[in-house]
Write a protein that binds this ligand. Structure first.
Ligand SMILES: Nc1nc2c(ncn2[C@@H]2O[C@H](COP(=O)(O)OP(=O)(O)O)[C@@H](O)[C@H]2O)c(=O)[nH]1
Ligand SMILES: [Mg+2]
Ligand SMILES: [Zn+2]
Length: 278
């Protein structure tokens, strides 16, 4: 039989097939082959023996949260407590784009800002919209409710950004724990593996407890560059065909930063990423 893994609790995989749930183990063979079945995987499984036999090809996966075949990531981005981090947002967008997952940005905690701080954040929000991102504010519940249908969605973002709170507001029956910050910092000791795709808005969604470990690990500097989406609008005007927009002369990206067309913080973060934060 073929089904989809929708839940993993310690070593028990819940496979959904034909509207029925089967709790299966992973075969020892997988460990040898270095394949770990992940939540989101489509698998062949033995109905009688309750074993996963084969993982069908994936289109992508993330290490944390360990989920495969992700359609989109909602990057939940707090503007206060924790403070807005353009660096983290740009990093997550870059990595998500690289993994062929659609990023969606959701800003939270705008209610905590003073009026002039709010103005500044609204300008930033408008920039991300202008370069093509789908952007929401967490009180736009009716709009956000519509994005999940027939998709696997992962919520990611800093601890305390408001991921679980937003999910509970979208569907109160989810009943997720909030304010898990201290627990997330003490990760590792008694944490039981628990990853779950929850039903939401006609699709599946996974929450990330604590901070997710999305990073540049297998990206080259060119990959980092190529996934800064707005750079691709101008790079053909750089003098050097493979311009890194760094120390090269006659670089159109640098020109557009100086003109105020490309957001300076985006460019500065890009330089940080290619120089050290890999
Ligand atoms: N003022 C304000 N607080 C929020 C908002 N969203 C979440 N919170 C609070 O932020 C804290 C952390 O939220 P939580 O959902 O646990 O964050 P998570 O770690 O990303 O899942 C909780 O105390 C929430 O009540 C918001 O838009 N405004
Ligand atoms: Mg949470
Ligand atoms: Zn350039």
């Amino acid at each position: 039989m073929i089904g989809k893994i929708i839940k993993l609790v310690s070593n028990d995989y819940t496979v959904l097939s034909d509207n029925k749930y089967y709790v299966c183990k992973s075969r020892g063979k997988f460990r040898n082959l270095n394949i770990t079945p992940l939540v989101g995987d489509n698998v062949k499984f033995d109905v009688e023996k309750k074993y996963i036999l084969e993982v069908l090809p994936r289109c992508n996966f993330l290490v944390r949260p360990p989920v495969a075949n992700i359609d989109q990531c909602v990057v939940v981005t707090s503007v206060k407590e924790p403070d807005f981090s353009a660096n983290l947002l740009d990093k997550l967008l870059d990595v998500i784009e690289f993994n062929n997952i659609k990023p969606i940005i959701c800003f939270t905690k705008l209610d905590k800002l003073l009026d002039d701080e709010k103005l500044e954040i609204v300008n930033i929000i408008n920039y991300y919209k202008k370069i093509g991102y789908e952007v929401y504010i967490n009180d736009e519940l009716d709009k956000i409710k519509k994005i999940f249908v027939n998709k696997i969605t992962v919520f990611t973002g800093q601890s305390g950004a408001g991921k679980s709170t937003l999910l509970n507001r979208l569907d109160s029956s989810l009943n997720l724990k909030t304010d898990e910050i201290s627990l997330a910092l003490n990760r590792g000791k008694h944490t039981t593996r628990h990853v779950e795709l929850m039903n939401l808005g006609g699709g599946y969604v996974a929450d990330t407890p604590g901070f997710s470990a999305i990073n540049f690990s297998d990206m080259t500097n060119s990959d980092i560059r190529d996934n800064f989406v707005e750079f691709n609008l101008y790079r053909h005007l750089c003098e050097y065909k493979d311009c890194m927009h760094d120390s090269e002369g006659n670089c159109e990206i640098k020109r557009q930063v100086n003109n105020g067309v490309i957001l300076k913080s985006r460019y500065d973060n890009y330089l940080k990423f290619i120089h050290k934060e890999k």
